[in-house]
Write a protein that binds this ligand. Sequence first.
Ligand code: SAM
Ligand code: SF4
Length: 341
Amino acid sequence: MTNTNNIVNSKSILKDNFGRDHAYLRISLIERCNLRCSYCMPAEGVKLSPKSHLMTSDEIYNIAKTFVKHGVKKIRLTGGEPLIRKDIPVILEKLATLNVTLSITSNAVIIDKHIAILKQNNVNKINISLDSLDRKKFKEITLRDQFDKVYSNLLLLVEEDFEVKVNVVLMKGFNDNEIINFINLTKDLPISIRFIEFMPFDGNKWDKNKMVSYKEIMACVNSTYKTNEVIRLTDAKNDTTKNYKIKGYKGSFGVISSVTNPFCDSCNRLRLTANGKIKNCLFSASESDLLTTLREGKSIEPVIKKAVEAKFKVRGGMDTLEKLQEPKLHNQNRSMITIGG
Ligand code: SAM
Ligand code: SF4
């Protein structure tokens, strides 16, 4: 009898009500950043959590260990800007002892100072953000004059044999005329450019008309290259990107179309914010507090289970474009800078 009950109750705490298993955890390490990308950080800034409310390196490790125990195989560190966290070497060292693939998303401004520590801890996959190849426009979007640093660090990462993906958030009238320049970077560089549809979050003044859609990106690609030059690649399982390459080019490119073509059916991601809240979806307004539970000395497993079970089928309940366009709804979510992408 007991055995049968155990079998019935043995559903993984990381499996949701739609049969999706969550093997990928994204951990935001910090709410602050050394850039000010307008689509990510509200102009008026964000209300920062007091330092005592942020996870320490030990707490990050303990929470991550629980997720790994239940099947997480991949952890990506993000922010804000994860590399400005002073104890990043300690965090990397601790997480590297877990049986996971460890990766990081960074704006790359100071990544040259972290090459050794990334290598020592087997962080081979790095996503960097770069929205313009024009120094002036880079400054306009990030409010910081750091283009040269980021671009030279991109080349350094390639030289150092990291697997590099470059995230480009496209916006109409701002950088949509750079789609082909970005793709042409992949001619000689073995990198992957990922065009991301601009998404709505608290304070980022999202407007559907500013967004460049998957369809529009591919129309631009198809009007530039010959049909037989544009090769559709096979996407990896749970990949959020529709991947392509130009025949003969070393690298590839793709589109993350969360707005016009959500990929929720194959979603395997959970997010942990720097102040220890679990978010079951990027678009979800609800959060569950793991850190307080951990600090009370209680098991965080029931909290994780409940949060995973509450996951909506599509985009945290924002299943239609109409809902996405409703500021009252996306203002209930956090600003992207405190989620981490
Ligand atoms: N600071 C790091 C960086 O920029 O790579 C990590 C954190 S950042 C929040 C992670 C990713 O989210 C970046 O690639 C950024 O371009 C993306 N992002 C931020 N706001 C976005 C938005 N409104 N729509 C789409 N992507 C966004
Ligand atoms: Fe900072 Fe990254 Fe957000 Fe830009 S996208 S403000 S670099 S956290």
